[in-house]
Design a protein around this ligand. Structure first.
Ligand code: FAD
Length: 482
C-alpha cells in the first residue's frame, strides 16, 4: 500500500506525526507541499513569508532526499491538487497534521470528501500542539475561557502523560519513502509569482537548521527570559514564533527540553515562564477551534456594541499608525520594526495594539488585519487572541479600563531609548529623559538638536489623557457586561 503525506504547517523531516504514521503503515510514502493559490493569490509579490516557506522547502526536500525520498511541490488550489496528486500516484491514504483554523478545517473537509469519492482515506494527526481541541477541559467537561486554570489543567495533564511530548520518529522508517521521480524540481519563487525577498528576514535563519540554531542560542538565555523578555532593545525572547508557525521546529521537542532542564534544576526562573507562553499559543488555538466566531467578532458578545471611530479622521489616524507617524516614539519605532523586518517584540505588540484601540479609538479588527499582512509569524489564533486581549474584547483580556500610557511604557521598557534610537535614528540627539515624549522638550532645545516637530518628526496625533477619557466613555456600553 502507498500513501501521500501532505505537508502544511509542519515543514520538517524529524519528529513529525503525519510522516511517522504514514511510514509505519505504508510500503511507499510520497511527500508533497502545495503552494495553495487560494492563499497565495491574495498576497503581495514581495511577501516575506512565501520566501521563508520556499527556503524551508528547499531544506526539507534536501533532507527527504538524503533519507531516500523527495518533496513533490505544486502550485495550485490545494483542494484540487491534493486529490489529483493522490489519484496520479495511486495512493491508498493521504496523511496530514491537523490544522485548527476555520478555513483550513473547511479545506480539509473538502479534500477528505473528494478523496473519499475516489476510495482514498484521509488521516489527520495531532502535531502542531501538545494538547488539542477537547484534551484540556474543566472538571465539568467544558472548555476553558480563562488562561490560568487552563494552564494548570494543561500542566497537570502533561505530568500525568509524559508520553504526550515523546517524538514521532521518522529516520528509522525512512526506507519506506518512495524514491525521487525524475524531473520534479522545486519551482522557483518567480515561477509561483513571487519576487525574491531574500535578506528581508534579518537574523532569522530558515528551515529546520535555522530553528535549531535559534533554539540553541535561546537555551543559554532561557534563565533570564522572565526579566529580559519585556525589554525590546534586549535579545530576550526566542524568536521561534515563525518556526512554530511553519513547523520547522517540533513543539514536543521544545517542551521536552524545558522539562529536562527543569528536572535538572537548570532553566532558572525563565523556563516555566517560557513554557507558559507556549501554553498561551495552545490556549488561543483551542479558543479559535471552539469559538470560530472570534475571527470577526468580540469573544464577549456585549463588546460588539462598541462604536469605533470611523470616517476620514479615523482613516488618517490609522494610516499614521501603520506608517509609524503617530508622534509617540515607542509606537512609531515598533511599527518601523514591523514594517522593516516583519517581526515585532511582544511588549510592543501590546503597546501598539492598545494605542490603536484605546488612544485612537479604532476597531481592533483594522489592526489585526494589518498585523496579519505584515507579521512573518502571523497566526490567526494568536493574532486574534492578542488583539482581543489588547482591545479587552477577548476571553481572558485585560480589563477595558486598563489603558497603557505609551509614554510611561516607553520610560519603563526602553528607558534609555535604545530601541527607539535603533528604529528612529532622527531622534538620536534627544536625551534619555526627552526621547519618550519629544513634544515636551522646549522648542529652543529641540531646535538646537536640529529636530523640528511636525517636520523631522510628527507632533503627537492624539493627546493621551483626552483619548483615555473618550475610551472610558466608549467602553461604557459594556460596563454592565464587564
Ligand atoms: P517567545 O517570547 O520566545 O515565546 C515563545 C513562543 O510562545 C512564541 O514563539 C509563540 O509561539 C508563543 N507565544 C508567546 N507569547 C504568546 C502569546 N501572547 N500568545 C500566543 N502565543 C505566544 N504570536 C504569533 O505567533 N503570531 C501572531 O500573529 C501574533 N500576533 C500577536 C498580536 C498581538 C496584538 C499580540 C499582543 C501578540 C501576538 N502574538 C502573536 C504573540 C507574541 O507577541 C509572539 O508570539 C511573540 O512576540 C513571538 O516572539 P518569540 O517567538 O520571540 O516569543
Amino acid at each position: 500500500n502507498k500513501s501521500l503525506v501532505w505537508f502544511r504547517r509542519d515543514l520538517r523531516a524529524f519528529d513529525q506525526a503525519a510522516l511517522h504514521h504514514a511510514l509505519i503503515s505504508s510500503n511507499a510514502v510520497h511527500c508533497c507541499f502545495i503552494f495553495d493559490r487560494d492563499i497565495l493569490d491574495g498576497l503581495p509579490a514581495a511577501d516575506r513569508r512565501v520566501a521563508f516557506i520556499h527556503a524551508c522547502l528547499q531544506e526539507l526536500d534536501a533532507e527527504l532526499r538524503a533519507l531516500g525520498g523527495q518533496l513533490i511541490v505544486r502550485h495550485a488550489r490545494a483542494a484540487d491538487a491534493v486529490p489529483q496528486l493522490a489519484a496520479e500516484l495511486g495512493v491508498d491514504a493521504v496523511f496530514v497534521n491537523g490544522d485548527y483554523e476555520p478555513q483550513a478545517i473547511a479545506r480539509d473537509a473538502a479534500v477528505a470528501a473528494a478523496l473519499a469519492q475516489a476510495g482514498i482515506a484521509f488521516e489527520s494527526h495531532k502535531d502542531q500542539v501538545i494538547f488539542e481541541k477537547h484534551e484540556v477541559l474543566t472538571l465539568a467537561g467544558q472548555t476553558f475561557s480563562v488562561f490560568t486554570p487552563y494552564k494548570n489543567a494543561w500542566l497537570k495533564r502533561m505530568a500525568a502523560e509524559p508520553m504526550c511530548v515523546a517524538p514521532w520518529p521518522v529516520e528509522p522508517h525512512a526506507r519506506r519513502l518512495a524514491p525521487p521521480m525524475p524531473g520534479s524540481a522545486l519551482p522557483s519563487l518567480k515561477q509561483i509569482g513571487f519576487g525574491p525577498s531574500a535578506g528581508v528576514l534579518p537574523g532569522i535563519p530558515a528551515g529546520m537548521s535555522g530553528a535549531a540554531t535559534l533554539f540553541e542560542d535561546f537555551l543559554g538565555r532561557m534563565p533570564d527570559y522572565r526579566h529580559a523578555r519585556d525589554y525590546p532593545a534586549v535579545k530576550g525572547p526566542s524568536y521561534l514564533s515563525l518556526h512554530l508557525r511553519f513547523g520547522t521546529v517540533s513543539v514536543r521537542h521544545l517542551v521536552r527540553t524545558v522539562n529536562e532542564l527543569a528536572a535538572r534544576g537548570a532553566g532558572g526562573e525563565g523556563a516555566p515562564v517560557w513554557l507558559s507562553e507556549l501554553i498561551w499559543r495552545e490556549f488561543y488555538a483551542m479558543i479559535l477551534f471552539h469559538h470560530p466566531r472570534v475571527v470577526d467578532h468580540a469573544f464577549k458578545p456585549a463588546y460588539d456594541a462598541i462604536r469605533w471611530e470611523a470616517g476620514p479622521k479615523a482613516e488618517a489616524d490609522f494610516a499614521a499608525w501603520c506608517e509609524g507617524r503617530t508622534g509617540y516614539p515607542l509606537v512609531d519605532a515598533a511599527m518601523a520594526q514591523l514594517n522593516q523586518s516583519g517581526y515585532m517584540h511582544n511588549r510592543l505588540r501590546m503597546v501598539t495594539a492598545c494605542f490603536l484601540v484605546k488612544d485612537l479609538g479604532i476597531d481592533w479588527r483594522w489592526g489585526e488585519r494589518y498585523f496579519a499582512l505584515h507579521l512573518n509569524d502571523y497566526d490567526l489564533a494568536s493574532n486574534n487572541g492578542g488583539w482581543q486581549w489588547a482591545a479587552s474584547t477577548g476571553c481572558d483580556a485585560q480589563p477595558y479600563f486598563r489603558i497603557f500610557n505609551p509614554v510611561t511604557q516607553s520610560e519603563k521598557f526602553d528607558a534609555a531609548g535604545r530601541f527607539i534610537r535603533r528604529y528612529l535614528p532622527r531622534l538620536d540627539a534627544l536625551a534619555e529623559r526627552e526621547i519618550h515624549a519629544p513634544w515636551t522638550v522646549p522648542p529652543m532645545l529641540l531646535e538646537h538638536k536640529k529636530i523640528r516637530l511636525g517636520m523631522d518628526y510628527p507632533e503627537p496625533i492624539v493627546a493621551h489623557d483626552e483619548a483615555r477619557k473618550r475610551t472610558l466613555e466608549r467602553y461604557a456600553v459594556v460596563k454592565a457586561a464587564a
